[in-house]
Structures are given as C-alpha cells and as structure tokens.
Design a protein around this ligand. Structure first.
Ligand code: HEC
Ligand code: HEC
Ligand code: HEC
Length: 419
C-alpha cells in the first residue's frame, strides 16, 4: 500500500476513534476536538440531505424533530436528532448512527419508518456519514420527545418493518460507474444518496416503496399547503421524457436549484423547502453535477392519458382567457413582467397526474419565504372560491392540451379530491 494511502487510513481510524470517544464522553463536544474541516463538511452534507426540513419545526428547536408526515398509513413524526442525551442521539455511537442511516434501525433494535429516507441514505459513504454525525454532535442539544405516531394497524407495529426492509431496502454503498465522468458520478451520488429527489419524484408501490423500474418518473404524496392543510401533490417526471425534464436545459435545472427561478418557472409549493433549505446551499460544481446527472436519465414514458374533448376544451378556453390570460397571455407564452409561460416549460403543468397543477389553481402558487427578488407586477390569486370543480377541471384540461402541451384530460372528481 503506498505511504499516502496508509497515512490516510491511519488518519481515518484516528478520526473514528475520536468520534467514538466523544460519543461516550458527552461533556467533550466534537467542536473541542477542533476538526473544523470535518464539521464544515458535515454541515454542508446535512444541508444537501435536507435533515433540517424534516427535523425542524421552528428555528429554536433546530433538528429536535416533531415534524408531522401524512402517509397512506397514518401520521408519523420525525424524531430528535440533536445531541440531547435523553431524547436525542447524544448517547449514540458512530456505529449506532451509521446503522440508523443505512438500515433504519435504532440502537435498541427498533425499526424506523422509511419516511426517514434511509433507503437513499444507505448509499452514503463512510466518510460522509462520519462528517454528518460529527456535525450533529456539535449542534445545541434540545430536550424534546416526538409526539406519538398515529398509524393504523398493522402499520403501527414496528416489527413488521423487518419484512418491508427485507423486500425493499437495498443496503449497498454508492459505487461509481467507471465508464462515466467524475462529475456524472458525483451527480448520481448527490441525487440518489443524499438529496434524495427520488423520495418524492419516484412512483411508489402499494406498500409505499419506490418502484425500482420507474425511478424519477414522477410520484404522488401528501404535503402541506399553508393555511389549507395536507393535500396530494405530484412531483413531476425528472427523466428526459417529452413531458419531463427534457423541457429544461442544463442551465434551467442549475438555476432553478440554485435560486428557485429560471427562464421558465419560479419555485412554489413543496419545492420551496427543497431549494431554500437545501440545494441553494450547494456549491456550483455540485449543482452542475446534479443537472448533468438528471439530464442523462433515460426517458421513462408515462401511461397514455385520456384525450381532451372539444366541449371541455372550449369551456376551459373561456375560463382561461377570462381569469388567466391577462397575465399568462392567451398564447400561454407568459410575459416577462406578468407571469411565466405555461407551455413547454412547466413540468407541473404537463405532469401525468394533475394534482400539483390543481393545487396551484385552487390555492395559488405558494411563494418561498422570504420571497424571491421582485420580478412580477402582481402575485397570482387563489381561485378556490371563484371556480367550481368542473370549471377548474376544464381550465386545467385546456392548459394541458394547448400550445403544444399534450398531457390529457382532468376530471371534476380529481379537482374535488384536492379541495
Ligand atoms: C423526508 C423527511 C426526512 C429527511 C429528509 C430526514 N429525516 Fe431523519 N427521520 C425522519 C423521520 C420521520 C424519522 C422518524 C422515523 C421513525 O420514527 O420511525 C427520522 C429519524 C431519524 C433518525 C433516527 C432517530 C431516532 O430517534 O431513532 C436519525 C438518526 C435521522 N432521522 C437522521 C437524519 C439525518 C442525519 C438526515 C439528513 C441527512 C435526515 N434524518 C433527513 C424524516 C426525515
Ligand atoms: C419533498 C418532496 C420533494 C423532493 C425531496 C424533491 N421534490 Fe422536486 N418537486 C416536488 C413537488 C411536489 C413538485 C411539484 C410542485 C412544486 O413545484 O413544488 C416538484 C417539482 C419539481 C420540478 C418542476 C418544477 C416546475 O415548476 O416545473 C423540478 C425540476 C424538481 N422538482 C426537481 C427536483 C430535484 C432535482 C430534487 C432533488 C434535489 C427534488 N425536486 C426533490 C417534490 C419534491
Ligand atoms: C395576476 C397575474 C396572474 C394571474 C391572473 C394568474 N397567474 Fe398564474 N402565475 C402568476 C405568477 C406571477 C406566477 C409565478 C409565481 C410562482 O410560480 O410562484 C404564476 C404561476 C403559475 C403557475 C406555475 C407555473 C410553474 O410551473 O411554475 C401556473 C400553473 C399558473 N400560474 C396557472 C394559472 C392559471 C390556470 C390561472 C388562471 C386561473 C393563473 N395562473 C392566473 C401570475 C398570474
């Protein structure tokens, strides 16, 4: 083994020993060890993994858990991952932490629900896990237990998760593909292992596991709309399908993830948290890598949608020209001061499942907070009280099938479900 490799090994073992030692002696925080670089890298990786969005309710309870998640099986709360000894992970060793991130298991052997995306984090390399663990050990400890979950039988029995994991958890660490450039591999690692886009953007089976053969082809799940509650959302197809990310250039993806805005759309809804708590903090090289990797995903076509009929299109056109055309223009091309284009650019408009588009129409596009730098003269309204289900359905159908868009019919029943 060359000298450099040996030295690296010794250094790694030494770091691991320190962290293990620190977890046994909680009075000695990792910050005291002075390994600033490891801490900083850990913070960066934690931002990329967006631990914050799922584990923080308010600024003053940073990472202390208690965030609710609505699943088809009931409500699950995230847990406290601050270094608190009693209610957090203060007493955990690095091995305990690695087991939770890779196998979804607690030190006492309890299984964790896959709402915690260990199915993705399982691919993280040891160095990165160690950096994240070191960082988590350095943040202020907060004493706070998660509220009790509210799950239906048999999903409330954690032991059954062993079977689920046997079926669906691939516990392999990321392996670079030697035939691809480094930046592609970096992008694959970030997307698949750390930023876990697929957790929302991949379809799931009836037991809530991501379908392996249609990764990133779009997924439905519940998320919050402030002031409204939880509704179904659809995270669109990020493969190069004609209604997926093929509509965007490399720069469009880069700029969207960095600033929440590109030449085509503005961020709204659930992507606000993804971008502003996570991807905007990534350096340009990493964002380039993500955009490169996403662009390379082979197209996964989606099931043929029901074609729109002329009556619905006619009705939709009237509603559109009356309520939307002033800003988005009757051509759907948008206006640099009034509103973005709705044709050939918004993945949300063209998604196979119209849930997110219906949410935008009913409740308006929820802006990031703080808002993006001013660009539009007026914000878009909500239309939940102005239009009934059949009208919203006709309107959505019209937008999805005009100006070269081709995404199929929306029914009044689909709209009613989003109310
Ligand atoms: C999509 C939401 C989500 C994201 C993102 C997320 N977590 Fe979690 N995490 C959860 C939930 C929910 C639980 C609780 C699972 C349970 O109770 O079975 C959890 C549990 C955990 C646990 C187990 C704690 C315990 O008490 O047993 C650890 C450790 C953890 N998360 C670390 C992290 C880290 C580190 C990150 C960022 C790299 C992260 N999580 C990102 C939702 C998330
Ligand atoms: C918490 C779930 C979630 C995660 C994680 C997530 N997304 Fe999304 N994404 C959504 C939803 C829901 C939408 C549609 C509504 C919206 O834009 O907020 C969406 C929309 C998008 C769009 C289309 C925006 C438009 O207006 O046309 C792109 C592109 C995108 N996401 C990329 C990503 C990438 C890249 C990642 C990983 C870095 C990611 N998303 C992670 C839920 C998620
Ligand atoms: C007052 C001007 C205005 C009117 C009227 C208006 N919008 Fe918007 N719309 C906007 C602006 C500005 C945005 C960008 C803000 C954002 O996405 O956060 C937007 C965003 C959208 C988006 C999200 C596109 C994407 O993927 O990011 C959709 C879809 C949309 N509007 C549809 C409609 C429909 C349908 C109507 C009619 C019922 C309508 N709008 C009426 C100004 C308007």
């Amino acid at each position: 083994m060359p000298l450099l490799e040996t030295l690296k090994m010794i250094l790694k073992t030494f770091k691991l020993a320190i962290v293990l030692y620190a977890s046994f002696w909680p009075m000695l925080s990792c910050a005291d060890i002075g390994d600033d670089e490891l801490l900083q890298r850990g913070e960066y990786l934690a931002l990329a993994g967006n631990c914050h969005s799922c584990h923080t309710v308010e600024k003053n309870t940073f990472m202390a858990g208690g965030v609710p998640f609505e699943t088809p099986f009931g409500r699950i709360y995230s847990t406290n991952i601050t270094p608190d000894m009693a209610t957090g992970i203060g007493a955990w060793t690095f091995e305990d932490f690695a087991n939770s991130m890779r196998q979804g298991i607690r030190p006492d052997g309890t299984h964790l629900y896959p709402v915690f995306p260990y199915t993705s984090f399982a691919q993280l390399i040891d160095d990165d896990l160690l950096a994240i663990f070191t960082y988590l050990k350095s943040i202020p400890a907060i004493t706070q237990s998660a509220p009790d979950n509210d799950l239906s039988f048999p999903f409330n029995i954690r032991q059954f998760l062993a079977i689920w994991k046997y079926l669906f958890l691939n516990e392999y660490v990321f392996e670079p593909d030697d035939t691809r450039p480094d930046s592609w591999n970096r992008g694959a690692y970030l997307v698949e292992a750390l930023t876990h886009c697929g957790v929302c953007h991949s379809p799931r089976n009836f037991l809530g596991a991501e379908k392996r053969h249609s990764k990133m082809a779009g997924g439905a799940y519940s998320d919050k709309i402030s002031g409204v509650g939880y509704r179904k959302w659809f995270a669109p197809n990020l493969t190069s399908a004609p209604t997926g990310l093929s509509l965007w250039s490399h720069e469009d993806t880069f700029s969207y993830l960095k600033t929440g805005r590109n030449s085509l759309v503005d961020s709204f809804g659930p992507m606000n948290e993804v971008i502003f708590n996570s991807t905007q903090h990534l350096d340009d090289q990493d964002l380039d890598a993500i955009a490169l990797y996403l662009k390379s995903l082979p197209p996964i076509p989606v099931a043929e949608s029901q074609p729109a009929d002329r009556k619905t299109m006619g009705m939709g056109r009237t509603i559109y020209n009356l309520h939307c055309g002033t800003c988005h223009l009757p051509t759907g091309l948008g206006d640099p001061e009034m509103a973005p284009r709705l044709n050939q650019g918004s993945l949300v408009v063209q998604a196979q499942n119209p849930a997110s588009l219906i949410n935008v129409i009913l409740y308006g596009p929820e802006e990031p907070r703080p808002p993006l730098p001013p660009k539009w003269l007026n914000p878009m309204d909500e239309f939940q009280y102005m239009l009934d289900d059949a009208e919203v359905a006709a309107l959505a159908t019209y937008i999805r099938n005009s100006w070269n868009n081709n995404a199929g019919l929306v029914t009044a029943r689909q709209v009613a479900k989003q109310r």
